[in-house]
Design a protein around this ligand. Structure first.
Ligand SMILES: [Zn+2]
Length: 89
């Protein structure tokens, strides 16, 4: 089954490991969609210093996609920390 184009909002409740669409009960794949990604090839007028990503849950069984309202960002500072840790080895 292909991944659905629609993203359904979902509230993290008691049964977030169960897909509301098909009942698959072993959890979700996760993916990220950049919130401020330019559309139609246009570049955004305001350049954000920190890109914000929506965390998208994808059912491995039926491909339904869900947005639980989680937002994450990957800041430059955190990247530097990762790089510094890498150099120690
Ligand atoms: Zn499903």
């Amino acid at each position: 089954m292909g991944v659905s184009a629609e993203i359904t909002s979902i509230k993290p409740g008691d049964d977030l490991h169960i897909c509301p669409a098909c009942g698959y009960e072993y959890g979700f794949h996760t993916s990220f969609i950049r919130l401020n990604a330019p559309k139609d090839g246009k570049t955004s007028a305001v350049k954000s210093t920190r890109d914000l990503y929506r965390v998208i849950l994808i059912c491995p069984e039926c491909g339904a996609r869900f947005d639980a309202g989680w937002r994450v960002s990957f800041s430059d500072e955190e990247s530097h920390v990762v790089l510094a840790a890498t150099f120690l080895h």
